[in-house]
Design a protein around this ligand. Structure first.
Ligand code: SAH
Length: 220
């Protein structure tokens, strides 16, 4: 990371970060742990330098290769939904992208694992996570449809790309009592779904309408 970039935006970002936290709070993010995590993570380092001045606006921004860093409200909402269940120890994210969501989770959960199918994005995220010394985050190039069998089971799984249906292998990598938060559906018709794995199977509810990039198959 270029030191000047970090210092240059310093004070401004602290103030604008507080403004973002206030907006999220007004918009219904009530969990103080989530608001605090958003406050901690320097979102301007996760977007392209030319967009840094907009990093604390409550909007999605492009991160290249047709992908976006999610809107802060969505990141906060998904994190809040994930934390509403049992205490989380180990979480899997599908769709590392910029690694912003992973960094937010890293402030709240002891072990964070995240998969990305696009090599360029994975490499960039890997460098940034190392530079920020987020030692409890592990990233891997991989197709989220397969999950991360070597590290399963997870007590939380979060998808930041939308499948048409929740992949069975992910459900199988969730502990009984574990929670999965995912956008599900096609581009024009997606819902944010919250599921819990019970002894009887997955029990889900849809909480809102959303618009995520599609979850794709294979690596790129
Ligand atoms: N969580 C990210 C949001 C990135 S957008 C952030 O905070 O910036 C969703 C990401 O999911 C994209 O980078 C896309 O390449 C990735 N993706 C799509 N399908 C995937 C799959 N099957 N496995 C892993 N990653 C996938």
């Amino acid at each position: 990371m270029d030191g000047r970039r970090v210092v240059g935006i310093g004070m401004t970002s602290q103030r604008t970060r507080e403004r973002l936290v206030a907006r999220l709070s007004e918009a219904g993010i009530t969990d103080p742990r989530v608001l605090n995590a958003i406050r901690q993570v320097p979102r301007h380092l996760f977007v392209e330098e030319a967009l840094a001045s907009r990093a604390y606006d409550n909007t999605a921004l492009p991160i290249g290769y047709g992908q976006t860093i999610s809107q802060p409200f969505i990141v906060a909402q998904m994190t809040q939904l994930l934390l509403e269940g049992q205490a989380l120890h180990k979480v899997l994210e599908v769709g590392t992208g910029s690694a912003y969501q992973a960094a937010v989770l890293a402030n709240l959960i002891p072990y964070v694992f995240s998969l990305e199918r696009l090599r360029v994005l994975h490499n960039r995220a890997h460098r940034l996570i190392r530079e920020l010394r987020l030692s409890n985050v592990r990233l891997r190039l991989g197709d989220g449809h397969e999950g991360w069998p070597g590290e399963a089971p997870f007590d939380g799984i979060i998808l930041t790309a939308a499948p048409l249906a929740i992949p069975k292998s992910l459900t199988e990598q969730l502990t009984v009592g574990g929670r999965l938060v995912a956008p599900v559906g096609t581009g024009g018709n997606q819902s944010m779904r919250v599921c819990e794995r019970t002894e009887q199977g997955l029990i889900c509810r849809d909480v809102s309408r959303v618009s995520f990039v599609p979850m794709k198959h294979g690596l790129g």
